[in-house]
Design a protein around this ligand. Sequence first.
Ligand code: SRM
Ligand code: SF4
Length: 574
Amino acid sequence: MSENNLLSPHSAPHSDVEAIKRRSNYLRGSLAETLEDRITGSIPEDDNRLMKFHGSYMQDDRDLRNERQKQKLEPAYQFMLRVRAAGGVVTPAQWLTMDRIAQQYANGTIRLTTRQSFQLHGVLKWNMKQTIREVNDALLSTLAACGDVNRNVMCNPNPYQSEVHGEVYEWARKVSNHLDPRTRAYHEIWLDGEKVIDSLDIAVEQEPIYGPVYLPRKFKIGIAVPPSNDVDVFSQDLGFIAVVEDGRLQGFNVTAGGGMGMSHGDPKTYPQVSQVIGFIKPEQMIDVAEKTVTIQRDYGDRSVRKHARFKYTLDDRGIDWFIDELTDRLGWKLDAPRPYHFDHNGDRYGWVKGSDGKWHFTLFIQNGRVQDQNDHLLMTGLREIAEVHAGDFRLTPNQNLIIGGVSSHKKKKIDDLIKKYQLTDGIHYSALRRNSMACVALPTCGLAMAESERYLPTLMEKIEPMLEEYGLRDEEIVIRMTGCPNGCARPFLAEIAFVGKAPGKYNLYLGGGFAGNRLNKMYKENIGEAEILDSLKSIFAQYSKDRREGEHFGDFVIRAGYVKEVRSGQDFHP
Ligand code: SRM
Ligand code: SF4
């Protein structure tokens, strides 16, 4: 293994983050000591970098920044904690733990993320250890929820083909476990695990896949089960598309090189859709994932973090180079890709019966935020459901929630609670809203340039009357918003996307593929609400009149000439 990334073609000095990782003694740094420091609610930058690998980011409440500055107080430091569960599947007991922890240590809300994880916001430094311990007591983990490692493995939470889902989900879990970091630092710092040291007081570690400097950047894996592309498989660094024949899982098509993040005005950064490189049997998945991760470990750019994602490694060296390198490391060749077809990348709401006879209810949760608000007691309702539910909960890749595996005799009870708490399958909303996502952004995200989660519902209320006017209320259109171009709600795959530029200003992108299979393109730059509404109104008017039978909005805007079709990330920028 090239611990020093010797194979890398990038001769420039490694970034500061690389030095922090190298010095950290397998992610320890001085975290244990700085957490004990009661003088400040913050931690030093080096430790903050390492903290990410442990599943947390230091943040400050940006709504309070100016006021605190005026009062000469330090920012309102707090921590975001990300809790990972492969494929987003958790038990009712785990749900109840997250609910309790959110009330006790965080801001009283749970955030379901676009990668099927939980986020808690507002945890204070002094409560971090206890919070992480309680998460682990519930057999969940925050390790590797963030940081330069493999992140939460996404998996289609398909309630229809229950048996196939069960099998595919097991593979998601296995890949996820296989790629977990092995460092004992997590146990030592958070769980009072015993320190394993050698005679020089250096931790004795085995990090067989990652090595001491881990990956150059985050790495993401997702598994799709057609016809649903809810995991947006083409946005993943490494993706697997299940091939199911006669109700049986045959294997997976493998995709490589997707990603969303870019920076405004920097054409060297761009979102990219992955390419299908071959077909494998289910039992070959772990090998393919491990070898791909090691290729990125060895060849990824460790000098420029903006250029360090796997998509750039592939674009710089070419897909054929990657396939050759992968074949060498595997010692065998992938088969030719099998045919597949995706219909959509959204969730299907309401009750459905799985092939195993169990019932599943997909609940619409606006932008993934679970909270009690005025007379809408979403969090309380879900708590009461968790108290009687014997199946599972599945966090969807679209920030929604499935109450899964409900037996026929429990269905009425759950349904009564759904009605009592007015939990919704979203049917009262437009299809546009049901197909919407917004990233967290303000007030917690330090990178947000504009509002997202707090603004999209308001904007939606202004867009929905236009949809009514043009008879488009039930037209499924994928719409996404992010507060900056990092792309946390995978906006560059949406048919309509708003990407924050400055407070109240967004770039408007159009033309993503309805099944998450094509990037969109910028239509208007840096526009405010009035111009957003004007632009959409005239396009909706024309769409309602001129669309062809079954033509999706994203395809229409390209045919009608609003934007050019984008075939790959290299065509993304104007
Ligand atoms: Fe993300 C950074 C939230 C999914 C691309 N993301 C962040 C941070 C941690 C901000 C920071 O670095 O300080 C955000 C925390 C905000 C907050 O206050 O909670 C954040 N990302 C999120 C979540 C919670 C958005 C959501 O509304 O659900 C998602 C958590 C996923 C999870 O459970 O693991 C989330 N982030 C994504 C996705 C979508 C995905 O993975 O499918 C992407 C685009 C896909 C990709 O990675 O290419 C994404 N996040 C980024 C990037 C840009 C990475 C890049 O390649 O340039 C950053 C910034 C960075 O890493 O430097 C970022
Ligand atoms: Fe923050 Fe930008 Fe991600 Fe939104 S897209 S959560 S603003 S980093």
